[in-house]
Design a protein. Structure first.
Length: 128
């Protein structure tokens, strides 16, 4: 699969690279990029990119990677990894639905338990 198709993973990959570079927030990452790579990438832009609301330009990606201390190979590797994870998840069989009582049965059991507790409380108060 070509990288054009793998770019759908870009938001996840950008967030993963940010955290791997040691930045828990976009704001901290933006400060680090400014200090290390020069230029300015706002934390709001990072947030939009990581949410997939906007796509960064190639120049922005290069600046971001430089600010994180990575090269283009890092983003290629992460895109491959994210695509591989998606394929592995799709190939995994889906677990069967959890066996157990329906909601109606659970409600009936709770009501019966409530009645028993009231009975015990009533009996206890009569014994006093």
């Amino acid at each position: 699969m070509g990288y054009a198709a793998k770019l759908r993973h870009l938001p996840v990959v950008l967030a993963r690279l940010r955290r791997r570079a040691g930045h828990q927030t976009q704001r901290a990452a933006a400060r680090a990029i400014r200090a290390r790579a020069g230029g300015s990438i706002s934390y709001a832009s990072l947030s939009r990119w990581e949410r997939g609301a906007e796509k960064p330009t190639f120049e922005s990606i290069v600046r971001l990677l430089d600010g994180y201390g990575y090269d283009l190979k890092a983003i290629q590797d992460e895109l491959d990894r994210a695509d591989g994870e998606e394929v592995a998840l799709a190939a995994r069989p889906h677990p069967p639905p959890a066996a157990g009582p329906s909601v109606d049965v659970l409600l009936q059991r709770l009501e019966a338990l409530d009645e028993r507790l009231r009975f015990i409380e009533d009996k206890g108060s009569r014994d006093d």
